[in-house]
Design a protein around this ligand. Structure first.
Ligand code: AMP
Ligand code: ZN
Length: 480
C-alpha cells in the first residue's frame, strides 16, 4: 500500500506523512478559522472544505484526528465594525459565528472537535507574551503596546522566514507595524498586545501591560498550543496566510521555546490556493462576491457547492463560475442515478445471498481512490476514479452482470469513498410534513397578528433549511 504524502510549505517538497505520535495513529491538526466580521464567502469555504477533506482522508487512513479550528472574534476589522454598528463585541460576532456554523453544516463539513474563540483565551495569550518577554523577544513600545522583536528572535538562533523568503537587508531594526494585516515589503516588528485606544471602545482586557487587546497572530499561537500542545502535526490555512500570519505564529510559538528539543512548532504546513470567481479576485465591487447563502438563494444545494469547491487539487488556483455549479449538479446526478440503480438491485433477493454472505468492497475502486489521494490529496484524480467506477458500474448493470450481492459490495465501497468526499444525499424540493405544519402555524400566527411568533417560526424554518416567501397565492417554501 502506498503512503500518504503531502506538500509541506515548510520544506517546499512533497514528504511522507509521519505524525509525531509514537504509535503513528494520533494526529493534531489546526486550521485557521473564520474572522467573524461578516458572512464567510465561498473562497473562505474553499479553505474550510479543504480542511474537512484533509481530516476525513486522515480518518479514512485510520488516523485518530484532533481537528481544531479557531474563531477569530477580536481583531482590527471586527473592532472597526463594532464601532460602526454600536453593538457589543459579543452581539456583533455572535451572529456571524452562528452563520458560519450553519454554512459549515450546509456544506457537510464535519464539525471540528474544538472551536476555540480568541476572546476565551486571553489568559493563555497573556501568558505566552510574558514568556516571550522573559526571553527578551517581546518588548514594550512607548505607547504601551507590546511588540515582537525580530532581531532578538533571530539573535536566539531562531529563523524568521521559514515559510517565505524574506529580505532582511531592507528591514530597519526596531521598525514596528501595528496592523494585523501587512505585506512582505513592510517586514517589521509586529504587535502582540495592542494598548487600548479610544477607537477600541469597550473592547479591551486588563493585562500586565495595562488595558488592551491581543494582536491577531498571537491568538492562533495561544489557541493551537493550548489545545494541541507546543508541537503538533498539521497546520492548514489559505495561501494568503503564509505571510505574515503563519510566519508570525511560528516565530511566537518557537520564540517562547516550549517545544521539546529538536521539535518544530508544526511539522507539516498545508496551504490551500485561492478561489477566483469568474476569473477574478472576488470583490463586492465586481459583482462576483458570493456567500454560501447567496448560492442557496439561487436554488443551488450545499452538496453542489461542496462538490465544486472540492473538485480541484487544493494547491491549484480554482475558478468558480455559476456554469461550473450547473456542471456540478449534472455530475452529481450521474453519481446519484448510479447509486439509485445499485440500491434497487441490492434490495432484490437472491439465492446467492445465502451462499456468499460476505460483503467485500470492490478493492480496485478503493485502492485506486486511495492511491490518488495519497498523492498530496489529489482529489481531482480521486474524482476521476469515481467517474470511471460510475461508468463501469452502469455498464455492468446494463449488461446484467451484477448480482444483488455484488451491488451491495459496490455500495459498501461507495460508502467508504464517500466518508472522504462527504456528499450528502440529494435534498428533495418537497417540504416534509413538519415543515408544512410550521408554515401553517406561521400563517395562523400572522392572522392573529402575533408577529413575534410568526418571526420566530420563520427563523426556525430557516434553521431547518427552508425559506418562506409570501406570495399573492399564499406562503411558499423553498430550500435555503
Ligand atoms: P478570514 O475569515 O479572512 O480570516 O479567512 C478565513 C480563511 O479563508 C483563511 O484560511 C483564508 O486564507 C481563506 N481565504 C480567504 N480568501 C480566500 C479565497 N479567495 N480562496 C480560498 N481561501 C480564501
Ligand atoms: Zn490563524
Amino acid at each position: 500500500m502506498s503512503k500518504l504524502r503531502l506538500f509541506n510549505s515548510l520544506s517546499r517538497v512533497v514528504q511522507d506523512f509521519e505524525p509525531f505520535d509514537p504509535t503513528g495513529r494520533k494526529v493534531g491538526m489546526y486550521c485557521c478559522g473564520p474572522t467573524v466580521y461578516d458572512f464567510g464567502h465561498i473562497g473562505n469555504f474553499r479553505t474550510f472544505a479543504f480542511s474537512d477533506l484533509t481530516r476525513r482522508y486522515l480518518e479514512f487512513r485510520g488516523y485518530e484526528v484532533t481537528h481544531v479550528m479557531n474563531v477569530t472574534d477580536v481583531e482590527d476589522k471586527i473592532i472597526r465594525r463594532v464601532r460602526e454598528t454600536g453593538k457589543t463585541l459579543q452581539e456583533y460576532t455572535g451572529n456571524y459565528k452562528s452563520a458560519f456554523l450553519e454554512d459549515l453544516r450546509t456544506l457537510n463539513c464535519s464539525s471540528p472537535h474544538h472551536l476555540p474563540h480568541a476572546t476565551d483565551y486571553i489568559p493563555a495569550i497573556i501568558d505566552l507574551i510574558q514568556k516571550l518577554e522573559s526571553r527578551g523577544i517581546a518588548y514594550r513600545a512607548p505607547d504601551g503596546s507590546v511588540y515582537f522583536s525580530i532581531q532578538n528572535y533571530r539573535g536566539c538562533g531562531c529563523r524568521y522566514g521559514q515559510l517565505v523568503n524574506l529580505n532582511f537587508d531592507e528591514m530597519r531594526v526596531g521598525e514596528r507595524i501595528s496592523s494585523d494585516e501587512y505585506a512582505k515589503e513592510s517586514l517589521a516588528d509586529f504587535a502582540l498586545w495592542k494598548a487600548r485606544i479610544p477607537e477600541d471602545g469597550a473592547v479591551f482586557w486588563d493585562s500586565p501591560w495595562g488595558q488592551g487587546r491581543p494582536g491577531w497572530h498571537i491568538e492562533c499561537s495561544a489557541m493551537s498550543m493550548s489545545i494541541l500542545g507546543p508541537s503538533f502535526d498539521l497546520h492548514l490555512g489559505g495561501e494568503d496566510l503564509a505571510f505574515p500570519h503563519h510566519e508570525d505564529e511560528i516565530a511566537q510559538s518557537e520564540g517562547a521555546g516550549l517545544q521539546p528539543p529538536g521539535r518544530p512548532f508544526v511539522k507539516y504546513w498545508l496551504h490551500g490556493a485561492h478561489l477566483l470567481v469568474e476569473g477574478k479576485k472576488m470583490a463586492k465591487s465586481l459583482g462576483n462576491f458570493y456567500t454560501v447563502r447567496d448560492l442557496l438563494d439561487q436554488g443551488f444545494q450545499g452538496r453542489e457547492i461542496r462538490y465544486l469547491l472540492l473538485s480541484a487539487h487544493y494547491r491549484e488556483t480554482f475558478n468558480f463560475t455559476l456554469e461550473g455549479l450547473e456542471a456540478a449538479r449534472q455530475a452529481l446526478s450521474r453519481i446519484d442515478e448510479c447509486l439509485e440503480k445499485l440500491r434497487e438491485l441490492a434490495t432484490q433477493s437472491s439465492s446467492e445471498e445465502n451462499a456468499a454472505p460476505s460483503l467485500a468492497a470492490s478493492p480496485s475502486f478503493v485502492d485506486a481512490f486511495t492511491a490518488a489521494m495519497d498523492n498530496d490529496l489529489n482529489v481531482a484524480a480521486g474524482w476521476a476514479v469515481v467517474f470511471d467506477w460510475v461508468r463501469e458500474t452502469n455498464r455492468a448493470i446494463a449488461s446484467l452482470e451484477l448480482s444483488p450481492m455484488a451491488a451491495k459490495a459496490r455500495l459498501h465501497s461507495w460508502d467508504q469513498i464517500n466518508s472522504v468526499l462527504g456528499l450528502s444525499a440529494k435534498l428533495s424540493d418537497q417540504a416534509p410534513p413538519e415543515v408544512l405544519a410550521l408554515v401553517e402555524a406561521r400563517t395562523v400566527a400572522k392572522r392573529s397578528r402575533d408577529f413575534t411568533r410568526a418571526d420566530a417560526i420563520r427563523a426556525e424554518l430557516n434553521h431547518l433549511g427552508w425559506l418562506i416567501e409570501d406570495t399573492a397565492k399564499g406562503p411558499k417554501v423553498k430550500r435555503r
